[in-house]
Design a protein around this ligand. Structure first.
Ligand code: ATP
Ligand code: MG
Length: 366
């Protein structure tokens, strides 16, 4: 699903720009703080329905401007499509092929992209939230029902935690309603956990292939689902087993949860254990290995997306090549050759393959 063009008005440091892309590798070259990442952020907004930097709308509008407009032209499902997003005064509107959508999240799944940025190194080294975020973003793009289950889960979790915190002040309300929220969490977990298990297995298969090529068979990664509700990963394929386990835990330790003031079991505590040649990547992987692992997870995301939807997503790579040795770089150069890639770099020479070069200076793209 190639991106044809993106047009920006008063977005970040860009006053007005229309940038066209080729179907192969496109490189945004420029010094620091010129607007390279801003352009990737704009494109990924259409895939994610929000800023990947967690920015609020007001931060996206160019300083001093009142409103911001973005247009993306892309091909998907065998036809040319156009999506438009506008922000102004805390309001936003979204259009797909001239039809107004009710919510940004309705865009998710129409235009698919995979993003890699330096922050993704936290996928390997930091706490479980980053890894859950990776799963949620990747699976939501494939399956709208997953996103819906996740949203319902999060609402139920917030409500249940509030109840647990206020249980002493309001014991009656607690007694009457806690079970409803426990059942709702179990119900949604039964959708979320099987999807996460299937996804992690697919990532492992794809990442093993990628690593074999990238390192000449010297490194083998493994990805294991670690559930936040004491169920062996293999059993998570069974939705009923998940529902029963989560519901069981959430009904039999209420005193402990009241003491903690929060829900102690469920998919909000899930994680992925990542290892390289049987050793924990978090504890032992080098800088370059961490980068390679995070990158393999992202490339795997693209492969899985292509298998499931029949269309390769667009790869958005923010400063991906630095810190990689020449063998790994050569692998990426080969791999990128038959994909649409939009990547940023300060140094043109870091990528040796053929590419459409776009120079970036002060929010202007040439
Ligand atoms: P680096 O190589 O350092 O990653 P970059 O080219 O990726 O640089 P960007 O992250 O795209 O740089 O940011 C470019 C500039 O955009 C920054 O200097 C930032 O101050 C500016 N900027 C961010 N938000 C806004 C905004 N709302 N209005 C105007 N300028 C903004
Ligand atoms: Mg940048």
């Amino acid at each position: 699903m190639p991106v044809r063009a993106v047009a920006l008005t008063d977005f970040r440091n860009v006053a007005s720009a229309e940038v066209h892309f080729g179907e192969g590798v496109n490189i945004l070259v420029g010094d620091n703080a010129q607007g390279k990442t801003n352009l990737l952020e704009a494109i990924y907004l259409f895939a994610l329905g929000k800023s990947f930097r967690g920015a609020k709308e007001a931060e996206l509008i160019r300083f001093g401007a009142e409103l911001s407009a973005l247009r993306l032209d892309f091909a998907a499902g065998g036809r040319e499509q156009t999506a438009v997003i506008r922000f102004s005064g805390g309001k936003r509107t979204v259009e797909l092929n001239r039809v107004k959508l009710r919510r940004m999240s309705e865009l998710v799944g129409t235009f698919r992209a995979v993003l890699f940025c330096p922050e993704h190194l936290s996928l390997i080294k930091e706490g479980p939230a980053a890894r859950r975020g990776y799963l949620d973003i990747a699976i939501s793009q494939q399956r709208p029902l997953y996103l819906q289950a996740l949203q319902r889960y999060n609402v139920a979790l917030r409500e249940r935690n509030k109840l647990l915190k206020q249980a002493d002040e309001n014991p009656r309300l607690f007694r009457d309603t806690v079970d409803l929220w426990s059942a709702q969490l179990a119900e949604q977990a039964a959708v979320i956990a099987p999807a996460r298990l299937a996804y992690i297995r697919a990532v492992e298969a794809a990442a093993a292939r990628i690593f074999a090529d990238m390192t000449g068979d010297r490194e083998l990664p493994a990805f294991t689902y670690t559930t936040g509700f004491h169920l062996e990963p293999d059993r998570c394929a069974d939705a009923d087993a998940v529902r029963e386990r989560v519901y069981g835990l959430l009904t039999s330790h209420l005193d402990r949860e009241r003491g903690a003031g929060s829900t102690l079991w469920g998919v909000h505590r899930d994680d992925i254990a990542i290892s390289l040649n049987d050793r924990s990547a978090r504890l032992y992987a080098s800088q370059g290995q961490q980068r390679s692992l995070a990158l393999a997870m992202k490339l795997a995301e693209g492969e899985i997306c292509a298998e499931m939807s029949g269309e390769r997503p667009v790869f958005l790579f923010d400063d991906v090549l630095s810190e990689l040795d020449s063998t790994r770089r050569a692998y990426l150069t080969r791999t990128f050759a038959d994909r649409q890639v939009i990547m940023t770099t300060c140094e043109r020479d870091i990528f040796s393959g053929e590419a459409n070069v776009i120079r970036v200076e002060g929010g202007v793209y040439r």
